[in-house]
Write a protein that binds this ligand. Sequence first.
Ligand SMILES: Nc1ncnc2c1ncn2[C@@H]1O[C@H](COP(=O)(O)OP(=O)(O)OP(=O)(O)O)[C@@H](O)[C@H]1O
Length: 224
Amino acid sequence: MIVLDGVHVRLGERDVLHGVDLTLTERRIGVVGANGSGKSTLARLLNGLVLPTRGTVTVDGLDTARQGAKVRRTVGFVFTDPDAQIVMPTVAEDLAFSLRRLRLDPAERDRRVHAALAARSLADHADHPAHLLSGGQKQLLALTAVLITEPSVLVADEPTTLLDLRNTRQVAALLAALPQQVVLVTHDLHLVEEFDRVLVVDQGRVVADDAPAPALDHYRRLMA
Ligand SMILES: Nc1ncnc2c1ncn2[C@@H]1O[C@H](COP(=O)(O)OP(=O)(O)OP(=O)(O)O)[C@@H](O)[C@H]1O
């Protein structure tokens, strides 16, 4: 369970989020809103990448400001730009790097890496230089590198922007089938239509918090 209590975020000279109170318990939560409304900032609060200027964010009782390392082991974060999180030369090495904290023996680590690659149709790319993958393949690799660590919550900030229709559908199906809690920031409204709850962010405030149909209606009216 993630709780935001009286959260206000000021970045530089700008008040980016104002008075956000949320208790996030549903398994599939979408976040939509205009460009610059504060969605990424809200997402980044959930694993301590951004800390509240006022108020608190807790994940299963862990305060992101005081127990950031533990929070980040619980909440996996997928960035919009996969280059921000691909760190190793080859695809397989990048996935193995994600597992370093688990201190697995090399045979088990390789087994997990190859199983993850096979599940994402990246098996032929194990030894491929990661920087030479297409944008969409990089996004899939970045998502796989987070999921391989089996976080209890996955926060994804526009993870399908570079994907073609087939890969978008693959990622949508993957997110829908995940056993863990998913918080998805997206401009692709189809992706959240079947979710349990959708938050609409506007000018730093959560202006609608509802089932997908009424929340998305609210958003469409806001954008009209
Ligand atoms: N480090 C920062 N310093 C100052 N302002 C920032 C910083 N990061 C974000 N902002 C500002 O905060 C506001 C919200 O940004 P945020 O990235 O959360 O929006 P967003 O809803 O995710 O937008 P988009 O849909 O374009 O990705 C923007 O006006 C942005 O310029």
